[in-house]
Ligand binder design. Sequence first.
Ligand code: ZN
Length: 484
Amino acid sequence: MTLTVAVTGNAGPKASARHPGIGRSHNIALMGELDHTDPALTNETIELLQQLIRNACVNDGTVESGEEVRNSDLLETFLEGAGVDVESFESEPGRRSLVARLSGTDPAAPKLCLMGHTDVVPVNPDGWSRDPFGGELVDGEVWGRGAVDMLNLTSSMAVAFRHIVRSGYRPRGDVIYFGVADEEAGGTYGAKWMAEHHWDAIECDYVLTEFGGMPNHTPQGTKITLAAGEKGIGWRRLTVRGTPGHGSMPFGTDNALIKAAEIVRRIAEYRPAPQLTEMWQHHVSTLRVDDETREALLDPARVYDAVAGIDSPGLARHLHACSHTTFSPNVVGGGNKTNIIPDKVEIEVDIRTAPGDPVEVNEHLRAALGELFDEVEIEHLHDDPASSSPTNTPMWQLLSELVAKAHPGAPVIPQLIVGATDARFFRLKGAVAYGAGLFSNRVNSNDFMLRFHGNDERVDVDSLALSTQLWIDVIRNLGDVANR
Ligand SMILES: [Zn+2]
C-alpha cells in the first residue's frame, strides 16, 4: 500500500523545556500528557529509533532480503551489559531475531513478552520529502521507514526493558524482550519460525506488540484504540481450464480467459454477509459520523450501503474490511500467444476472513462463482484463521488505566487489525495478545494509517516518550496483573 501524505510545513527548530536541544512544538495539553515521562529515556528511544531506521532492514518478501541481523546486533549491543541473558536465533542467513529475558520472582506469575519487529517494508523514495533511511529528527519528529511500523515500539520497548533491568527492579513474572525478524512478509523467518522451533524462548501469557494507542477524536470525546484481534488470511489460486484452438476462429470455443474474466467479475460483485461483532460495535463508537449513519452501520441489512455512503474513500474501505470477509483478485496469468486460444488461466485472490465468519473460504467461493465453481481448481496458497483476545483480562484493565494517565478520561476501545501481525502466532499458542503503544495528540488514527507503509513516515517525540513510559509502567505493574 502506498499513499501520499501532505507534508506539513517545517516551522524550524523550537526549544523544548523537557527535551533540551530537540526542536519541537507543543501545547499546554501535551505538557500535561508528558508529566510522568523521563526526558533522558525519551532521548535514548529517539537515538535507538534513528539507528534502527538507518540500518534499513528492508523486507521485500524474498529470503535474502531483510537482513535483520543488523538490527538484531544493534539491539543486542544495546541490551548487553545490562545484566540480562540475550540470545539470538537465525532461521536463515541474515534473518536473526533476539530474545532477552528478565526473570521474575514468581515462576507461577504471568509472563509478559514485549515483541517488536525489526524489519520494514520497501519505499519509493520519489514520494518522500526526506531520506527514508536518514532517521532525521526535524521539528520534534523522527522521520524514516519504520517510524510508526514499528521501530518506534521496538526501540521504546528496548529502552524500557533496559531501564527496568538497570534499576534493579525484579518483576513478579518473567519479562521477555523479543526483537523479531520478518514480520512484514508473514513471519516465516521470524515469529512463525520461533513459535515452531523455539517456543520455550518466547512462551508467555501476554504479548504486547503493534499496534494501538492512537487518539480518535469523536463527537463524544477522545477515545484510544488498542488492537485485540486481526482478520484471517485465505489466499487462493484458482486455475481455469479451456481448450486450445486457433485465434482466427473463436466462435463457440472454450476460451479459459473468457471464463476467467467472468469468474473475476463474479468475485468482485460478491457480497458476503457482514460480521458485526462486538469489536465492530466498539469501532463504530469511535467514528465521527451522524447518529443515523451510526445506526445504519450497526444494522446488518444496512451496513453495506452505510459504508458506501461515507464520503472518505479511505475510511469507507477500512470500515468495509473491518465488517466483512473480503475478496480481492490481484494476480492473473495465462495465455501463450496472440493467435492461440488459451487453455489455462490462473487467478490469485487475496481473501481476508472476518472474525466470527462461520462460512469457510471455499464455500464463499462456491457462493460467489455459482455453477462456475465446479470448473475451477482451487489451490490454498496461505491459510491463517482470524484471531482475537478477550478484553476482560487484568492486562487490558491495566492498559486502560495507563492510557488514561496520558489521555485523562479517554476510554480504551478494542479494535480489529485488517492485516496480519505476529500476534496471531501467540494467540494460536493460547497467549493473550494486544496491539498497544501510546501516541500523543499530535498523531490521530487517520495520520497514523496514512503513514503506515506510506510516504513521509514519521513519529513525534512525545509519542516516543509516552510509549517508553507505557512499557515501564506495564512491567512495574505485572504483580498487579497477577493479583487481579
Ligand atoms: Zn508492523
